[in-house]
Design a protein around this ligand. Structure first.
Ligand code: K2U
Ligand code: ZN
Length: 191
């Protein structure tokens, strides 16, 4: 298991990588992909976070890992105090997604205060479909189809955005986005 560096928007080279569209995994899920997912999961737990896309550790593959802990079943509240990145995991419930696709989105929308490990210390409200249907390959490379709601729906859409080179701040106004990037750069300089 190797902890990987998480790319952040204050670094111009990192931002260029984070804006790329990730490449689909070809030829099935291999031991190499599983080793990457193991590293991504440990990197996510150490951050701490509840989701991570491969591009966030500089790997150009359509792979996501997630662990919502006990949030997996808990109803979502807009003012969820965990939005401050307190991603303590009560019991581990890792999920792995290779070549994930969203096949259906609900008309119903939900607004949640999102954060991102690649945009440190920035949180803002993002509106997304409340429920989505997914199709993906799991850790063993088997096809899975399921519906996501609550925090699962918020997180998987946030991570799927990463595979398209989209950050949650791209859903905000241009002014808010630019201010967020400036704030992250200023914090990085001060660090
Ligand atoms: O950077 C990432 O992609 C990990 C994200 C995943 C996420 C973003 C918004 C809403 C849900 C999940 C987070 O930084 S992980 C930190 C976190 C922890 C608990 C609740 C929300 C965000
Ligand atoms: Zn993110």
């Amino acid at each position: 298991m190797t902890l990987r560096r998480i790319l952040t928007v204050d670094n111009a080279a990192d931002l260029a990588v984070l804006k790329r569209i990730s490449t689909p995994v070809e030829g099935g899920v291999t031991d190499e992909h599983r080793a990457l997912m193991d590293d991504m999961l440990e990197t996510m737990y150490a951050a701490p976070g509840i989701g991570l896309a491969a591009v966030q550790v500089g790997v150009d593959q359509r792979i996501i890992v997630m662990d919502l802990g006990d949030r997996d079943v808990a109803p979502l509240s807009v003012n969820d105090d965990t939005a401050e990145g307190e991603a303590e995991i009560a019991q581990r419930n890792p999920r792995y997604f290779v070549n994930p696709e969203i096949t259906w989105k609900s008309e119903e929308l939900f607004t949640y205060e999102e954060g991102c490990l690649s945009v440190p210390e920035i949180f803002d409200a993002v509106e997304r479909p409340a429920r989505v249907k997914l199709r993906y390959l799991n850790y063993q490379g088997q096809p899975v189809e399921e519906e996501a709601s609550g925090m699962y729906a918020v997180c998987i859409q946030h991570e799927m955005d990463h595979l398209e080179g989209v950050l949650f701040i791209d859903h905000l106004s241009r002014l808010k986005r630019d201010r967020a990037i400036s704030k992250v750069k200023k914090a990085a300089r001060a660090a």
